[in-house]
Design a protein around this ligand. Structure first.
Ligand code: F6P
Length: 503
């Protein structure tokens, strides 16, 4: 069984959407709200601790129903079923796509369960200080060496869940820039540091070069027998791991049915597990699984990832919006946007469709953004008075973790002020100074979550994973490969040999 291969632009729904767009493209949301006081009440989804307000979009009920018809017509339902069934929907790499199986405790694969148990015991030994470094001292610092999905997800979650962390200091080395490596190492003691090399392939040049330099640094003060106490690998290439000098016991598996950018739920998340402890890590997985169930079971009109995905397609393909911004009002989510950039753009930046034909419509959105309120003092000028349409996702939490009420009230007042200002602008106001006028009518979604916990973070991440998948289905592309990154890697290899010859 393979994914449907329907060109969305040839569907009845798309043609109707094109016509409909001509009628509504100049619509003003200010009017929509004025005419229909129940709009905000209708265009929202309450689910667990999530409240998603999508009323502030340039849509009518008809737009939404046409967009959902499009989802039906491209056979989204069948595609979702197929993904969860374990069929090889990553056709160009001949792989299944089952990151969702990593967090399904009701139906856990034995190899996943074994790995989780190994992660639990390992992280407990490190946290409790039972695992000793070569000088007999417990581990104080962990360095995750990896890049792309082997870095961005673990780094984002470790930062996001800092409130729940223990005494261990977690560092991330990703860039092959030696200065990044040296800056990290200079803070560390060899005998109390653990290095986790995360590389699904164990051939990624940046990671291997960094891992070798770090091993050299380590061996400068320790001996080869000490490697066992300080080097861990997470990979699906056990031979390369062995050649590097890491034992089987110190190796955690990855599987070909988990893509790099979807791997934080696997042993690639070992640094997360060490940072917050296994129980919290399990909560993260369980939160993601809740969203998986919602995505799989709830009808499209109330399905959060589906609604967010079709809205994004509406702006991308009809309004021709080039990008979308994501603005979390939580400093803990500082690394959320870089993580999303890989998830979204590596998945959906494709120009060949599932039939192997060149695509004549727009795919993959550009995602950018940063935390509120910092972003307000940086790029919000362009959102309020620029000439581009940039749909925004605001993410906020009703409760703050440290109960700093005064700060939190101010933070949330800003989030609500921004979406209101972006919506209404100075549309119906007397303006004395033209430079102080705002058109408003800028679209946004608000994702309001009760509290930042491992569980709610898991749901939030899974929400975006599924949004990306839905968009890929709508655009008739393969979201789970990334052939586009290969050419540059090959040329870099050739450049390296000529640069080295010159030196
Ligand atoms: O170059 C892109 C990529 O393949 C990503 O998809 C992946 O997350 C990253 O490189 C790292 O790959 P690996 O885990 O195999 O080192």
């Amino acid at each position: 069984m393979s994914l449907p291969t329907i060109n969305p632009t040839q569907t009845k729904a798309w043609k109707l959407l094109e016509k409909h767009f001509q009628q509504v493209k100049n619509i003003k949301m200010q009017h929509l709200f004025a005419k229909d006081p129940s709009r905000a009440d209708r265009m929202k989804i309450s689910w667990n601790d999530f409240y998603v307000d999508f009323s502030k979009n340039r849509i009518t009920d008809e737009t939404l129903s046409l967009l959902l018809n499009l989802a039906e017509e491209v056979k989204l339902k069948e595609a979702i079923k197929l993904q969860f069934s374990g069929a090889k929907i990553n056709q160009t790499e001949d792989r299944a796509v089952l990151h969702t199986a990593l967090r399904d405790f009701s139906n856990m694969r034995p190899e996943v369960e074994r790995t989780l148990q190994k992660m639990k015991h390992f992280s407990e030994a490190i946290i409790q200080g039972d695992w000793k470094g070569y000088s007999g001292k417990p581990i104080t610092d962990i360095v995750n060496i990896g890049i792309g999905g082997s870095d961005l997800g673990p780094k984002m979650v470790t930062e996001a869940l800092k409130y729940y962390k223990n005494h261990l200091q977690i560092h991330f080395v990703s860039n092959v820039d030696g200065d990044h490596v040296m800056e990290t190492l200079k803070k560390l003691n060899r005998d109390t540091t653990l290095f986790i090399i995360v590389s699904k392939s164990f051939t990624t040049q940046e990671t291997i070069i960094n891992a070798n330099s770090i091993k050299d640094w380590f061996l400068n003060g320790a001996s080869a027998q000490d490697i066992d106490k300080h080097f861990i690998a997470v990979s699906r290439n056990p031979n390369a791991v062995k050649d590097f000098g890491i034992s089987d016991e110190n190796t955690f598996p990855m599987w070909d049915w988990v893509g790099g950018r979807f791997s934080l739920w696997s042993a690639a998340g070992l640094s997360i597990c060490c940072s917050i402890g296994y129980d919290h890590f399990e909560e993260l997985l369980k939160g993601a699984h809740k969203m998986d169930t919602h995505f799989k079971e709830v009808k499209f009109s109330e399905n959060i990832p589906v609604i967010l995905a079709v809205l994004s397609v509406w702006y991308n393909n009809f309004y021709r919006a080039e990008s979308e911004a994501v603005v979390p009002y939580s400093q803990y989510l500082d690394k959320f946007v870089p993580y999303l950039q890989q998830l979204v753009m590596e998945s959906n930046g494709k120009n060949i469709d599932r039939n192997g034909n060149e695509i004549k419509y727009q795919t993959g959105t550009i995602v950018w953004g940063s935390t509120g309120v910092n972003a307000q003092h940086a790029f919000f000028q362009l959102l309020h008075q620029g000439t581009k349409i940039v749909p925004i996702d605001f993410i906020g939490f009703s409760e703050s973790l440290y109960d700093a009420k005064k700060h939190h009230s101010f933070l949330m007042a800003n989030l609500f002020a921004q979406k209101e200002a972006l919506l209404y602008g100075t549309f119906d106001k007397e303006i004395e100074n033209i430079f102080n006028s705002y058109n408003g009518n800028n679209p946004s979604n608000t994702i309001l979550i009760k509290k930042l916990t491992p569980n709610s973070l898991g749901s939030l991440i899974a929400m975006y994973e599924h949004k990306v998948f839905v968009q890929g289905i709508l655009w008739n592309i393969f979201s789970y490969d990334q052939w586009g990154v290969e050419l540059g890697k090959r040329i870099a290899k050739e450049n390296l040999s000529s640069i080295e010859k010159k030196n």
